[in-house]
Design a protein around this ligand. Structure first.
Ligand SMILES: [Zn+2]
Length: 166
């Protein structure tokens, strides 16, 4: 009998996040839709620059739409001390452990034929205050493409490296 572990591990990941995770608002990054008066789009595919006076994205070339509520675990190991025999140094990273099937990508297409660009999805981490109300804890942005769970990767989650700066 063939027993497929993937759906099982996804169910385990999702229920573990439901119990042990926190609420996160996920905003998918999209190209700025603004068109200038001369007909050119805000983001210039050739130069890779956005319109600096854009009233929509204020020159970022990226906009974020309506958020989707997801569950995840935020791990901040950005201040780990790494001993190297000569005094050591500080290093590390911040990650989100998420449900395995979220379509998070850094390289995105404007449409079928044009250039690809890095657009960073935004995540707002929420926590409950002492009155039980949800409040904003931290905002982070995707820093790399997520690592998907495989048999050998030692995780059942989608691991996304994030950073606080856009
Ligand atoms: Zn714009």
């Amino acid at each position: 009998m063939f027993f497929d572990l993937y759906p099982v591990s996804h169910m385990v990941a999702d229920s573990a996040l439901l119990m042990g995770g926190s609420n996160i608002l996920w905003y998918r990054a999209e190209f700025c839709p603004y068109i200038r008066e001369d007909g050119r789009p805000c983001f210039d595919e050739k130069s890779g620059n956005a319109y600096i006076e854009c009233p929509v994205c204020v020159g970022k070339g990226t906009v974020w739409g309506q958020p989707r509520s997801i569950r995840g675990v935020y791990t901040d190991k950005s201040n780990e001390f790494i001993p190297d025999g000569m005094g050591g140094f500080m290093k590390g990273r911040k990650t989100l452990s998420l449900s395995p099937n979220l379509p998070i990508k850094l390289l995105k297409h404007r449409d079928e034929k044009v250039a690809r660009r890095l657009l960073r999805d935004k995540f707002i981490l929420l926590e409950r205050d002492c009155h039980g109300r949800m409040k904003h804890k931290e905002t982070v942005f995707a820093a790399a493409d997520p690592v998907k769970p495989t048999i050998n990767s030692g995780t059942i989650y989608l691991i996304l490296e994030v950073e606080t700066n856009l």
